[in-house]
Ligand binder design. Structure first.
Ligand code: SAM
Ligand code: DTB
Ligand code: SF4
Length: 325
């Protein structure tokens, strides 16, 4: 069915900032209306995450515990880079626990050709064969690599803009905003869906949040998936001392993303452990229609599966279900 909600790509900074600053009840009312009209039969997608290659990353992203540049220690995990069967076992377990999408992360600056990339392709094929959506996040990639991932059946590639163009240099020094945009363009050209979002709570201003959303909403078509993360401050990273974001700021960010990108899946991502049950339900009401599901994200914690099942039941939401063939 064609939805009567029209997607715009020309939102002005002022319009977006005005949405972010609306009285909360009015913002939620607008977001709810857009969400329910654009997405009839509203269902929440559970996505499970697995870190296939953990730590030792050459990039210097101030928030990230996996950067070589920080003293944060994320080692000590068995390396799964070439372990296709182990990864697929984890995907099967995630599916059996109720996940609809399986996301795999590599702490790489960029994908390189060779055995680990061939294993990544086999993992993607295997995850798809289980009936799950497959998402990969592994840094920058070339056009031929994007084509090979598309041929393997990859549903989506995650590559975040993380913050506004203006605040970016305060957070990441080893890769430019333009390089991120170029990676996103290559993903899009290969026909793979875009998963692209950002993080709040990294010392950015309200204007920065509006600016990030403006870049995201400017994509035509909009990214199919928009993760909204709250910073998880990890000891040993330069952002370790930052105060936790106000949960209502996360609600505002989700609601505004929903209004700007009506048909995208807006994912309530990192930082849920800092939210109580009611704040998470407010995020769902604001238009979030996916959460990460499973006891860990990549290296940090996530609410326990049992707690999430209780949360989803309390909220009364319906879930996306895997069709078993
Ligand atoms: N290396 C790849 C890349 O950067 O594209 C993939 C992995 S990276 C960990 C994926 C995303 O996780 C980052 O872009 C960032 O948005 C998010 N992330 C990482 N550390 C985080 C933290 N401490 N709090 C919130 N989000 C975080
Ligand atoms: C995204 O935007 N959030 C997820 C997923 N994409 C890959 C990752 C969050 C990572 C949080 C920090 C960690 O667990 O290492
Ligand atoms: Fe590396 Fe990705 Fe972490 Fe940046 S966010 S340090 S690219 S793993």
């Amino acid at each position: 069915m064609i939805s009567p909600i029209f997607s715009r790509h020309d939102w002005s900074h002022q319009e977006i900032q005005a949405l972010l600053e609306l009285p909360l009840v009015d913002l939620l009312w607008q977001a709810q209306q857009v969400h329910r009209i654009a997405n009839p039969g509203y269902r929440v997608q559970l996505a499970s995450l697995l870190s296939v290659k953990t730590g030792g990353c050459q990039e210097d992203c101030a928030y990230c515990p996996q950067s070589l540049h920080h003293s944060s220690d994320v080692g000590g995990r068995p390396e799964l880079e070439l372990e296709v069967e182990s990864v697929l076992n984890r995907a099967r377990m995630a599916r059996d626990a109720g996940a609809h999408r399986f996301c795999m992360g590599w702490a790489w600056r960029e994908i390189r050709d060779g055995a680990p990339f061939e294993a990544m392709l086999a993992m993607v094929r295997g995850v798809r064969a289980l009936g799950l959506e497959a998402c990969v996040t592994a840094g920058m990639l070339t056009a031929p690599q994007a084509m090979r991932l598309a041929e393997a059946g990859l549903t989506a590639y995650n590559h975040n803009l993380d913050t506004s163009p203006e605040h970016y240099d305060a957070i990441i020094s080893t890769r430019t905003y333009q390089e991120r945009l170029e990676t996103l363009e290559r993903v899009r050209s290969s026909g793979i869906q875009l998963c692209c979002g950002g993080i709040i709570g990294m010392g950015e201003s309200g204007a920065d949040r509006a600016s990030l959303l403006q870049v995201l909403a400017g994509f035509n078509p909009h990214p199919e998936s928009v993760p909204i993360n709250a910073l998880v401050p990890v000891e040993g990273t330069p952002l370790q001392e930052l105060a936790a974001v106000d949960p209502l700021d996360l609600v505002r960010m989700v609601a505004t993303a929903r209004i700007l990108m009506p048909h995208s899946r807006v994912r309530l991502s990192a930082g849920r452990e800092q939210l109580n049950r009611e704040a998470q339900i407010l995020c769902l009401l604001a238009g979030a229609d996916s959460i990460f599901y499973g006891d860990t994200l990549l290296t940090t914690g996530n609410p326990a599966v049992a707690a999430d099942q209780e949360l989803l039941a309390a909220a009364g939401v319906r879930l996306e279900l895997v069709e078993l063939r």
